[in-house]
Design a protein around this ligand. Structure first.
Ligand code: PLP
Length: 360
């Protein structure tokens, strides 16, 4: 069986270059006679792997010197409580753009006050609410957003106003998909399994000065950014193989793609092809406000539930996997992360055209 085009939202497709390299190095990594997953995390070989993954990510994203890069566990979801545990003194301003911010709001409320600055729930999260500085609470510690909303296919094209506040963003489904100015943020987190590698490791990028906010005597060690930072993400056994894979993905981005500027151009091209076709088609619609459309997740519907189900089933037979939409949205969703090649999107569009002709 050939490989399929996998449009899964996460865990998601990986660059074939990365999979092949990992396969070639599987049983005997660089002549050391064992696989990366068999190595001690205290070995010189693994130290080199984690250092190089961190260095590559810093180069790719142009991360300033006063930021710390951590490789943690617990997924994006642990960050919903780890962020307030480490940064919140009184209150957080959170903009509600869907399931991932709702979960963050729920966790934050266990520790302090939350001001839900704005919400797009009134339109099933099909747009990004625009806020003004005056909408923020006077006494909040930070503004929190989910930058790319994986389920609904919305994305912030610019950060909300946050003067005098820290800026915290969940980049789980858009990290390294485009160039960003890291210094516009105070803390970024992202589970790896959408754009950076396999599930099991979460990347946290935060300003070093933030490590001194929390009272370390009251914070569980495993939930302290400072503890992990002081130990170079090796306070306990880190997810060694997942970190190795993140390193390979970064190597692919640097050496095969040529950096985030090129990756961004490819991603914009893929998204434009798909949206242009959907907008021109009589069968499919994407309900997201045009200026807020995601480059990574493209939900679409035919307007007929049975026809959607038929689409998903026939797509699967044609080698298009995991195109079914999230249960709360319905229809279809094409997740076109970094690893989805342009040819995969072309193949999907050809299938959509054929399906439209046959079912118009
Ligand atoms: C997938 C996802 C999460 C949750 O990640 P887990 O690793 O499953 O905890 C959080 N935020 C966003 C934007 C996501 O896409």
């Amino acid at each position: 069986m050939e490989r399929v085009y996998n449009f899964a939202a996460g865990p998601a497709c990986m660059p074939e270059w990365v999979l092949k390299k990992a396969a070639a190095e599987m049983t005997n990594y660089h002549g050391c006679g064992m696989s990366v997953m068999e190595m001690s995390h205290r070995s010189a070989e693994f130290q080199e792997i984690i250092d190089s993954a961190r260095d590559r990510l810093k180069r790719l994203m142009n991360i300033p010197e006063d930021y710390e890069v951590l490789f943690l566990q617990g997924g994006g979801s642990l960050q919903f409580i780890m962020v307030p545990l480490n940064l919140m003194q009184h209150k957080a301003d959170i903009i509600n753009t869907g399931q991932w911010t709702k979960k963050a709001i729920k966790e934050h409320k266990k520790l302090g006050e939350v001001n839900v600055v704005a919400s797009s729930e009134d339109a099933n999260f099909t747009y990004i609410p625009k806020i003004k500085q005056e909408d923020l609470s006077a006494d909040s510690d930070y503004v929190y957003i989910c930058e790319n909303n994986t389920i609904y296919g919305t994305k912030y094209k610019q950060l909300p106003p946050h003067e005098g506040k820290l800026m915290v963003a969940d980049l789980s489904s858009c990290i390294c998909s485009e160039r960003i100015n890291v210094s516009d943020y105070d803390l970024i987190f992202a589970g790896a399994q959408k754009n950076m590698g396999p599930a099991g490791v979460t990347i946290v990028i935060l300003k070093k000065s933030l490590l001194d906010i929390a009272d370390q005597d009251k914070l569980p060690s495993m939930l302290s950014y400072k503890v992990h930072a002081d130990k170079g993400s090796m306070f306990n056994t880190p997810p060694t193989y997942a970190i190795y894979m993140v390193g390979l993905v970064c190597q692919w981005l640097e050496e095969e793609i040529g950096g985030l500027e090129n990756m961004e151009a490819i991603n914009h091209k893929k998204a434009k092809m798909l949206y242009d076709y959907i907008d021109s088609s009589k069968l499919y619609t994407n309900n997201v406000a045009k200026e807020d459309r995601s480059y990574m997740n493209v939900p679409f519907v035919t307007g007929d539930k049975d026809l959607d189900a038929k689409f998903v089933a026939e797509a699967k037979k044609a080698g298009i996997a995991n195109i079914k939409g999230h249960r709360t949205v319905g229809g279809m969703r094409a997740s076109i992360y970094n690893a989805m090649p342009v040819e995969g999107v072309e193949y999907l569009i050809d299938f959509m055209k054929k399906f439209e002709q046959e079912n118009a």
